[in-house]
Design a protein around this ligand. Structure first.
Ligand code: HEM
Length: 480
């Protein structure tokens, strides 16, 4: 029986077909693919929302999908998971093929079980225990920044931040201090960087060429993937070894990896090796680009709003003791509210996950539109967050608008950079803590000379699964 979401009053029989919804004209077979450049796809989708309104139709290949931009509706739809909506089956298949069969692509009971384990590993209690290791990683970042300040060199900001986030995630989730910050040559991060762009290409490919023939780019991708798998399997083997040495860890795991290995369901079955590998890869990938890209955008915006940067520096100075170069206590870092406002505002304007894609689990109705089972739904996350109805001068970067906003505030409801509902990002506390450490350390020790692109223009938004600022360079000098 059809179920109605977003418009529960509409009887399913009265629903109009998706084909009657306005949208860009599709070509046979290709649909609207010819009008889409993958690396800036979200911008095209946002343009179509301006042309056709908050609910419109696109064709990804021969199939029609509904695009929604209203945040109240998106919030309702995201909350109707896992029963009403699931992630795209095509995306799930591509993720599973690269060995990433973990929480992000799981559904149903499989998802629920993994969700509990992953959530537990990233709760504030665990973050507090891990905090000394986070300080150690941030000290390595300081060494890199000191060097850059001494030489005056412009550094590739995204590459530096991604090494930081990989080091943090592998320390917290797997108990491994990688230090790719100081040893970039054998950096796992270099191989990880290749995974998202190819996954994005394959998810939106009109035809799955790689299942029939391997092009040189597929072979290069396989080689990178093999390196990533090798590292993940090494992490798993090391954790198994630690558990063998200290069986107590099964009851009291120190990190996500030990918890995943020790987990047993009611029948006593553990996660399969594929599920273990999948979750290691998922957490590495999900934690790397998202946080690094958000930090990149936040720094860019702060550099161009000097008053905001100055008040952030003042808050950090006021919170730290004389001679303290970064927060050394978990509670000090957590209390950096100005930084949280600056990051929230950056995520409102530059959400690094600008679209969430889902598929109907059953016949349903959205706003009077019939959505047969498996119909695709694209939630565009930015338009609702920059709507003038929720924020005055909505397009401007004004972190102070976040002051004193709680979960029920209009702004919090409209801007959902971490998603919403049961699949809300489990890494959000970690991400915020990392960003407070990085921005706090930068503010305390350095002056920002340059955060920008070589030609001085605003960085373009590029999409490679997540949305990043292209070509961002950072130059700093020591604060006097
Ligand atoms: C600023 C940083 C981050 C942003 C903006 C972000 C954003 C998101 C979004 C939008 C989703 C999809 C939510 C949904 O479907 O409703 C998600 C899911 C997820 N994120 Fe994050 N994320 C960030 C950092 C992290 C970190 C640091 C980790 C872990 C180390 C992480 C792990 C995950 C996982 C495992 C999922 C899948 C959850 C599920 O399907 O149940 N994320 N994230």
């Amino acid at each position: 029986m059809a179920n109605s979401v977003g418009d529960r009053s509409a009887p399913a029989g009265a629903a109009r077909p998706l084909s009657s919804v306005p949208g860009p004209r599709p070509l046979p077979l290709l649909g609207n693919f010819a009008q889409i450049d993958l690396a800036s796809m979200h911008l095209q989708f946002e343009q179509w929302a301006r042309d056709y309104g908050p609910l419109y139709r696109v064709h990804l290949g021969p199939r029609a999908a509904l695009v929604v931009t209203r945040s109240d509706l998106i919030s309702k739809l995201l909350r109707d998971r896992p029963d009403g909506w699931r992630r795209l089956q095509g995306m799930q298949r591509v993720i599973d093929e690269v060995g990433g069969k973990g929480l992000f692509s799981a559904e149903g009971a499989d998802w629920l079980r993994q969700r509990k384990l992953v959530m537990g590993a990233f709760d504030p209690g665990h973050l507090k225990r891990y905090f000394p290791a986070l300080v150690r990683v941030t000290q390595q970042l300081r060494l890199c920044l000191d060097e850059a300040a001494r030489t005056g060199a412009a550094i590739d900001l995204q590459a530096l931040l991604m090494r930081y986030t990989v080091d943090v995630t592998s320390g917290l989730a797997f108990g491994i201090e990688m230090n790719t910050l100081r040893h970039p040559d054998d950096a796992l991060q270099g191989h990880l960087d290749q995974v998202f762009p190819m996954m994005m290409k394959r998810i939106f490919a009109p035809l799955p060429w790689w299942r029939w023939v391997k092009l040189p780019s597929d072979r290069a991708f396989d080689a990178h993937l093999a390196k990533v798998h090798e590292a993940c399997l090494r992490f798993i083997a090391q954790a198994r070894e630690r558990i063998a040495q200290d069986p107590q860890l099964q009851q009291h795991p120190n990190n996500l990896m030990e918890a995943l290995i020790s987990a047993r369901d009611e029948a006593g079955a553990g996660l399969t090796d594929a599920q273990l590998l999948g979750n290691v890869l998922t957490v590495l990938l999900a934690g790397e680009d998202t946080t690094a890209n958000t930090l990149g955008w936040t720094l860019y915006l702060l550099h161009h709003h000097r008053g905001e940067w100055d008040s952030l520096v003042a808050q950090v100075d006021a919170a730290l003791a004389a001679g303290e170069d970064m927060p050394r206590q978990f509670d000090t870092a957590r209390a950096f509210e100005r930084i949280e406002d600056c990051v929230n505002e950056a995520m409102r304007l530059k959400p690094v996950a600008p679209a969430l894609l889902m598929e109907a689990c059953r016949d349903t109705v959205v706003e009077g539109i019939a959505m047969p089972r498996d119909t695709q739904l694209i939630c565009l996350m930015r338009p609702g967050a920059v709507d003038s109805a929720v924020a005055s001068d909505a397009g401007q970067y004004r972190p102070q608008r976040w002051r004193a906003t709680g979960p029920d505030h209009e702004l919090t409801k409209a801007s959902m950079p971490f998603g919403a509902g049961p699949r809300l990002c489990p890494g959000r506390y970690l991400a915020m803590l990392e960003m407070k450490m990085v921005l706090g350390t930068l503010a305390r020790n350095y002056e920002l000379i340059e955060v920008g692109t070589a030609d001085g223009r605003e960085p373009s938004e590029r999409l490679a699964f997540t949305m990043f600022p292209a070509g961002l360079k950072l130059r700093v000098r020591m604060r006097r």
